[in-house]
Every structure is written in C-alpha cells, then in structure tokens.
Design a protein around this ligand. Structure first.
Ligand code: GLN
Length: 484
C-alpha cells in the first residue's frame, strides 16, 4: 500500500477499496516502527490525523471529495499548523503551538489531505545536511551513516522510506532539490511567488519558496495543483492562474532545447556523478531533445552572493524571536537586555547564530553598500545570465549536487564545504526561477539527481520534461530495500 502513487491511492479511496482511516493508520504504524531509525518526524499527529481521515471518508462517501482527499501528507516543521507544535527544529520554538495555519497547510487541508506529522529539518532551514536540527540529525534511508540532505531532510527521508506518500518542503538555496537528489525523489522549487509564503516561517524572504517532495513528477504535479496560487495574505505571491499541472505531463518533448552550462560540469563535480548525468542527457536526446552547450558566466558569484543575502535577511527575520512574544524565554531575566541576550543565546543553535552575526554585520551602516548592495548587484548579473540563456533554449540541465550523500559529521566542522553542497541550486533562488530534481541513477548504491531549471512560471514544462524521463526510466521507482 505504501509504495503506491497518489493516483493509485486516490483510486483505491474513491472506489471504496480502502478508507482514509485505514490508510492513515497504516502510515502511522509505519512511522512508529521506523521513525526511531531515521528521525524524520519531529511531531506525529496521530489523533488529529485520524480525525481528518474520518472527515475525508465522509466526503468520499458523499461524493464531495477531490483527487487528494483522504491522502496523507507530511509537512516540514517550518509550516505553521494550527494547534500543533511548529518548531522549525529550533529550541527557540520547541514550545510554540501555532495559533493559525500556513496558507499551504490550509490549502491542502481544504483539499482533504491528512496531516501525518511535522518533519525534521535544519534549524530555521539553515543547512544542507539536516544536522543543525535541535532534535538531532535525520539519517538517509539509503544508508543510515549518511545525511539525507537539507534543509528539508525529514520530509525527504519520510517519503523515501515510505513513511508518507508525499511531503511539503521549502527551498531557499536548494533545500527541496538537494535532499530530493540525495534521497532519490522528485523535488520541485517553483518560481518565487507561485506559492504563498504566509505562515511559512521566514528564513530569507526574497529567496524562500515552498514546493512538493514526491516520488514522481506526476505526484509532484498533483500536489503542486493544491499548493500553488495567489494569496492576498502574502504580498509577494503572484496573481496568475494556476494551470492543472497534470494535463501537460504527457506532452511530447520532441524538439525540446536543453542547455548544458559548462560551469555546472567543472571542477568539484564527482566524475561518477558527471557520468550519470551525461547518461541521463543521452536519454533525453533519444526522446527527441536537442542539446546545446551554454554558459552562465556569473555562476561563481552565486555562493558568495547567497551568503550575504540570506544571512542579512535572516538576521532581520529572526529578530522577532526575542523571548518576549513567543518562543524560548530564559529564566529570571535581570532586565530587558539580559532577557534578549540569554533567550536568544540559549534558544538558537550555532549555525543560526553564525548567520545572524554575518547578516547583522553585512547590514550595518557603513558596510551596507560594500556587502548587501553589492550582493544585490551580483544577483542581477546572475538573473541576466539565465535570461540570456533562455533566449536560445527551453530548459537547463545539470547535476543537482556535486556528490552523492556524504557521511554524517563529514562537513559539520567546515561551514564553507557545507555551503558548497548547494553550488548548483543557489543561483535559481537568487534569480527566482523554478528548478526541479529527479532521480537519474545511482553511484555506489547512492542516488544521483538531475536538475532541470526552467524560465519563470514554467513549472508545467519542468514537470512534463521530468515525466517524459520517468516514462522511459525507472530510477524513480527504486526504494531502499529496508523500507519497501
Ligand atoms: N543549504 C542552504 C543554506 O544553508 C540552503 C538552505 C535552504 O534552501 N533552506 O542556507
């Protein structure tokens, strides 16, 4: 049951072969058996899930159900969930019960989906390995000694190990695509503004975007249908119709023009990962696509630019965690300053503090022009590179990550090497473009992800291009044997 696609589950539910309560209980039981090993969930919402499942069963019986009604989902613990702890994997919010739902949660609830629980992540989504979580690291279901990627590592591990059929994630610099790549999933970061950020705890507001983590492009399309759309509560969400992303999945990709940026195949890329990606590109050629070598000359600026912009924005966003209104408060503060200092000192982990300090520095008067303003200018150059490229091609392809999943602890003492894990994903966030990662093969038993980047609001095309590959290959159908 837990290896079925969303369409298959939907059919079983609608034809009365299974109830949502049975399906939900099945997943809850699997979580109880396997979560200890993986640490994918921070909170499991058994009672609430079964209640939602009963409501879904009623809607199915009354024939008022939609496609995803009754299907369980896991939410990254960055999405506010009413009445349920929303921790962002931080000690700071360990005691925070959200009084409202994020728009994404509200939308999938309205679609009748059942929240199984809240998944582990890097603290405040800062990280690439899920090791900065206050609740401890998540293990990669393919190899328990390795990272699942981050920051949406709990969502990725949950779907990979079949502890949820599908999950939400967020991507500020790669946090949907990188764990999708390291865990063998299809993960989509949509265009900035496609999905509401309301109630998604902000890390870097100009980069953050929610998206689906799923086992196939088809599943991702079904979930994106429910997540996307304008929201008057988020002034950066875009007023633009949401197409039905499933209707174009089958379109032919004959004549598709694929650009391969030389910067994504250079030094630092593992040769076996490179070979796997090249094989995937050959498959696209056999499906009728044409290949063009391109250049994105400012790619080298992406990581340094990101590590000015993201910390600067996070230092401002996280200033609301002051021990006064919500979150952790220190014991017996002497005065207001002591309250701020100790509450924040105790509540935040090391990586979050590092970002707040660099960000505050970059924004301080006298340094603003040298850092933040400069970074914004670099950001424009990076966006221009993409627009230049899209004059001649339809999509860009390359590896999602330079290597397969690395060992737990391997990069924790070296922030710079951790930052470089996102070297191929960060540029799209800086440009606001959509990007997707799909399973493309294995190196020594570990998954490799192919990244596909599109122009603004080209999610339907990305999913179509991914689906075509998934009709021709079965990498995406492989799951780790111990979780089948
Ligand atoms: N790994 C990047 C960071 O640490 C991106 C994280 C993300 O996309 N949320 O900031």
């Amino acid at each position: 049951m837990h290896t079925k696609t969303l369409y298959e589950l939907s059919k079983l539910l609608h034809e009365g072969d299974i109830s949502s309560v049975e399906l939900t209980q099945h997943y809850i039981d699997r979580i109880k058996t396997h979560n200890n090993q993986l640490n994918a969930y921070i909170t499991v919402c058994e009672d609430n899930a079964l209640k939602q499942a009963r409501d879904a069963d009623q809607k199915i019986q009354q024939k008022t159900a939609g496609k995803l009604t009754g299907i369980p989902i896991a939410h990254k613990d960055i999405f506010c969930t009413k009445g349920i702890r929303t921790s962002c994997a931080s000690k700071m919010l360990d005691n925070f019960i959200s009084p409202y739902n994020a728009t994404v949660v509200e939308k999938v609830n309205t679609a009748g989906m059942v929240t199984l629980g809240k998944t582990n992540m890097d603290e405040f989504a800062m990280g690439s390995s899920n090791e900065t979580s206050f609740y401890g690291p998540v293990k990669n279901p393919w190899d328990n000694t390795r990272v699942p990627g981050g920051s949406s590592g709990g969502s990725a591990a949950a779907v990979t190990a079949n502890l949820a059929p599908v999950a939400t994630g967020t991507d500020t610099g790669g946090s949907i695509r990188q764990p999708a790549s390291l865990c063998n999933l299809t993960g989509l970061k949509p265009t900035y503004g496609r999905i509401s950020r309301y109630g998604m705890i902000a890390f870097a507001s100009s980069l953050d975007q929610a998206g689906p983590l799923a086992r196939s492009a088809e599943d991702a399309a079904l979930l994106l249908n429910e997540m996307a759309g304008f929201d008057s509560l988020d002034s950066t969400s875009v007023e633009r119709d949401v197409p039905d992303y499933t209707t174009t999945l089958q379109d032919s990709i004959e004549g598709l023009k694929i650009g391969l940026p030389k910067e994504y195949f250079s030094e630092g890329l593992d040769p076996q990962v490179a070979a796997t990606i090249e094989a995937a590109i050959k498959t696209y050629e056999s499906l009728g696509a044409t290949i063009k070598d391109i250049t994105l000359p400012n790619t080298g600026l992406a990581v340094p630019t990101y590590y000015v912009v993201a910390p600067a924005e996070c230092s401002s966003n996280l200033s609301r965690m002051d021990g006064v209104r919500f979150g952790h408060r220190c014991d017996d503060p002497k005065d207001l300053l002591d309250l701020y200092q100790r509450s924040r000192g105790e509540g935040f982990g090391e990586e979050v503090k590092r970002r707040i300090m660099t960000g505050t520095y970059a924004l301080s008067s006298g340094y603003y022009d040298a850092y933040y303003l400069k970074a914004q200018q670099c950001r424009r150059l990076i966006s221009n590179d993409f627009q230049q490229a899209f004059n001649d091609i339809d999509v860009i392809m390359g590896p999602t990550t330079p290597t397969t999943a690395f060992k737990l602890g391997d990069k924790t003492d070296d922030p710079i090497s951790m930052y470089l894990a996102d070297i191929y994903t960060i540029s799209t966030n800086l440009a606001g473009l959509p990007g997707l990662s799909i399973p493309a093969g294995f190196v020594k038993g570990l998954p490799v992800g192919l990244q596909i980047i599109g122009n603004y609001f080209d999610e339907a095309r990305l999913l179509n291009v991914a689906h075509s590959y998934q009709q021709a290959t079965d990498w995406h159908k492989q799951s780790p044997p111990s979780f089948e």
